[in-house]
Design a protein around this ligand. Structure first.
Ligand code: AMP
Length: 538
């Protein structure tokens, strides 16, 4: 027997319709290339979205056609998110920080026909345009007065493109499994791979991620996403915030500017923000130096890579802000786990409590996870045994764009992460499968050692990689960047005593001026491994 409920497709158009009608007066504040503070409401946003949809139609946008954006977080990018996907097109958010060859590759691989770009990226577009054979139109996200001088052919400005278009548009009826958006993973080897989201996966991810024990979005919240809208849909906040009536504050190109972020938090009443750890290290330093407070800010969601303990501790002690670990990946839309402490854990002694806070969190509804050992057996949720993290669910990719399925025989996707889960359901990433250090018969977590290293007051940033060892196969090498101080190798290694088993303590330390990062701000272990490939310990 079947249920007798309506079969209404889950589409981004429905998020937009709901947000427009129910949350129309919700404010959107942006910093853009051409305006230090732009302010309007969701109703204004969707009125312009309909104008944009008419403009896209005039260019002949067809169902399934890919349209690229190279843009920061701001209101025009938000309008593109909705106009492209709800018109039946596929929004392809391109990470402008990738290498030029990668950008050329992914735009060509996606066969994008229109490229919308922030004027700050005009020099990049100028260089690439002759190689982007599929692209017919380049549109700069600004008005005519601010159009940059450039050699880009047939360059249009966004405001002229949508001006004088009707604010009435009849959105097409879409099926919920129609593609809505495309995002390429910033893999460290080989070509980037495309993850093709659907309307349904986007709606379900918005619902799941907005829940109280995840992002906790509501009309009481004001969110400033520092995670770029070109990095896994800005963790879905461009959908979940309008859906729930949460005010959005978007810092545009000023995402790494501590002064602008502090001013936005304090002037707009930001209650929650989200981004990768390097951003929070920068903001923490700025706040400490400027001696400013951020009283409205209650929560920071941190993900993309492991959050150092010092961030959690100092934001709490100095600014009364709680940091919450979230874990996921491009292939997961991205959310998989979120760390909010169960009431019984909040009263634990500091050190024990921190132990839980450092974990990546509990699985959100919608994600089915299993941790498998090297023989493919599920490991128990005892908080000790670890293995490969495999996931399954309606917002998890079943394969890559223009490639076949990439799930195992049980229908699960292998995340490439290694983790344990404790009896309370808190998952802890111990490493990427390829970063674990294999020393003799033991596996050593590079992340655990990095966390301990940055807990030393003289260490600014640290990475641990496995380097070859005659006896043990691999041993950990610590590569550290110090604050302006001289800490010695033996002092730093002594800091590990009692914090990990003896065999896990790195064999040596190399001090360098700067660690290499990937286009998404993560430590590039691949570059470090290349650099230290001839390093031999023992
Ligand atoms: P991306 O697809 O670029 O978002 O990268 C996803 C990968 O980032 C995951 O597979 C993890 O290895 C890593 N990652 C994401 N969030 C966290 C986190 N909270 N802690 C540690 N690693 C993380």
């Amino acid at each position: 027997m079947k249920g007798q409920m309506m079969n209404v497709p889950l589409t981004i158009t429905e998020i937009m319709r709901h947000a427009d009608r129910v949350n129309g007066d919700t404010e959107i504040v942006s910093v853009t290339y051409d305006n230090p503070r732009h302010r309007y409401t969701l109703s204004d946003a969707f009125s312009r979205t309909r104008q944009l949809a008419n403009a896209l139609k005039s260019l002949g946008l067809k169902k399934g056609q890919r349209v690229a954006t190279l843009a920061w977080n701001d209101y025009r990018h938000l309008e593109l998110y909705y106009a492209i996907s709800c018109s039946g097109g596929v929004l392809h958010t391109v990470n402008p920080r990738l290498f030029e060859q990668q950008i050329e590759y992914i735009i060509s691989h996606a066969e994008d026909t229109i490229v919308f770009f922030d004027p700050l990226f005009a020099p990049l577009i100028e260089k690439l345009q002759s190689k982007l054979a599929t692209v017919n139109h380049f549109i700069a996200l600004t008005d005519h007065a601010h159009l940059p001088e450039s050699q880009i052919e047939n360059l249009l400005d966004y405001e002229s493109f949508i001006a004088d278009r009707s604010t009435v548009f009849t959105w097409p009826e879409l099926e919920e499994d129609d593609a809505s958006s495309l995002c390429y993973t910033s893999g460290t080897t080989g070509h980037p791979k495309g993850v093709l989201y659907s309307h349904r996966s986007t709606v379900l991810h918005s619902l799941g991620s907005a829940l109280p024990d995840a992002f906790g979005l509501s009309i009481d919240e004001c969110v400033m996403p520092i995670v770029p809208m070109f990095h896994v849909n800005g963790w879905g906040l461009a959908y979940s915030a309008p859906m729930t009536g949460t005010k959005l504050v978007m810092p545009g190109p000023k995402m790494a500017d501590g002064a602008t972020l502090t001013e936005l938090i304090n002037n707009e009443g930001v209650t929650m923000t989200a981004g990768v750890p390097v951003v929070w290290l920068m903001l923490l330093e700025h706040l400490k130096q400027s001696e400013l407070q951020v009283p409205s800010l209650k929560r920071i969601v941190v993900g993309g890579s492991a959050c150092p303990e010092v961030l959690i501790r100092e934001f709490d002690e100095l600014f009364n802000v709680s940091m919450h670990h979230a874990w996921g990946m491009t292939e997961m839309s991205p959310l998989g786990t979120f760390n909010k402490l169960k009431p019984k854990l909040r009263s634990l002694a500091d050190e024990k409590k921190m132990g839980y806070q450092l974990k990546q969190g509990r699985i959100v509804f919608g994600v089915d996870m299993r941790i498998e050992d090297w023989q493919g057996n599920q490991v128990p949720w005892d908080g000790h045994q670890f293995g490969s993290v495999k996931v399954r669910g309606p917002w998890i990719a079943s394969g890559y764009y223009k490639q076949g399925e990439s799930v195992d025989s049980n229908g699960y996707f292998d995340t490439g992460d290694v983790a344990s889960i404790d009896p309370d359901g808190y998952m802890q990433i111990t490493d990427r499968s390829k970063d674990v250090i294999k020393s003799g018969g033991e596996w050593i977590s590079s992340i655990e050692l990095e966390n301990i290293a940055v807990g030393h007051p003289d260490i600014k940033e640290a990475a641990v990689i496995g380097v070859s060892h005659n006896k043990w196969g691999e041993r950990p090498l610590l590569i550290a960047v110090t604050h302006d101080v001289t800490v010695t190798e033996s002092e730093l290694l002594a800091h590990f005593d009692g914090k990990v088993a003896k065999f896990c303590i790195p064999d040596a330390v190399e001090f360098i001026n700067e660690l290499p990062h990937t286009a998404t701000g993560k430590l590039s272990k691949k570059d470090l491994r290349d650099h230290f490939k001839d390093y031999v310990l023992g």
